[in-house]
Write a protein that binds this ligand. Structure first.
Ligand SMILES: [Mg+2]
Length: 240
């Protein structure tokens, strides 16, 4: 269990908002609209795209490729692998982003608990996504209405788990790292990144691995558990 934090940062994708759902729905929409992609079952297309995309994100986070390379190569490489020549990967990439933006939704139970925590603690957001996409999400869901600093990796020039983005966020919070709790779903970006920065971490995950769970002060699979730990079990912060 953690010491009561003075400041709480939240990750956005797959912590507050369901990125995986939106990604899969958007892929399904472009798959259905393009008969050439249907030479393989959707499941195979989905798996291949995700594997290529995550490799490209790794390269982007290490500075090996640019944002625009990431955006077009995730479809160029997928089409090459499937030997699809008739589709334009750039046009498909744009269609994907447009579809992705219509499919965002809250992670189950996250909204109420996020709003409640924001009423009890100073809070902020740290996200690794593209600035224009993440800003649209933040505005559409009103995430910035209740939170203070909004830290977007593309604007800072470093992606989580780089120590630079955590130290930038720490300065914005105005408290020491040990007093910050970071709530996130990604073990490497959020939990390793946060704990290496000297922060406390709360790991939102449905699959608990004991050796990894040791890195986090709290592991939770339901937002009610986070609420209990931060509000209901915390003295002096309960509502009248
Ligand atoms: Mg995330």
């Amino acid at each position: 269990m953690f010491a009561k934090p003075a400041f709480i940062y939240f990750d956005i994708d797959d912590t507050l908002l369901d990125h995986m759902h939106a990604q899969e729905q958007a892929l399904y929409i472009i798959y259905q609209q393009r008969p050439a992609l249907q030479k393989v079952p959707f499941k195979a297309f989905n798996t291949l795209y995700k594997s290529i995309n995550s490799g490209l994100w790794r390269d982007y986070s290490l500075g090996y490729i640019s944002k625009s390379e990431l955006k077009h190569r995730r479809f160029t490489d997928t089409f090459l692998e499937l030997n699809i020549m008739s589709e334009d990967p750039v046009e498909t990439g744009t269609a994907y982003i447009n579809a992705y933006r219509t499919e965002w939704k809250w992670v189950e139970g996250a909204r109420e608990v996020y709003e409640e925590i924001c009423r009890h603690y100073p809070t902020g957001l740290i996200t690794n996504g593209f600035a224009e996409t993440q800003k649209k999400k933040i505005i559409d869901f009103g995430l910035d209405q209740l939170s203070g600093p909004v830290i977007i990796s593309e604007e800072v020039g470093h992606l989580k788990p780089s120590p630079e983005i955590f130290s930038f966020a720490e300065k914005q919070a105005g408290v020491s790292g040990a007093e910050i709790l970071y709530v996130g779903d990604n073990f490497m970006s959020d939990i390793v990144g946060g704990s290496e920065a000297g922060w406390q971490t709360a790991w939102f995950t449905q699959t608990i691995e004991a050796s990894k769970a040791e890195r986090a002060q709290l592991v939770f699979s339901s937002f009610l558990t986070l609420k209990q730990a931060l509000i209901e079990n915390s003295s002096g912060t309960s509502s009248p």
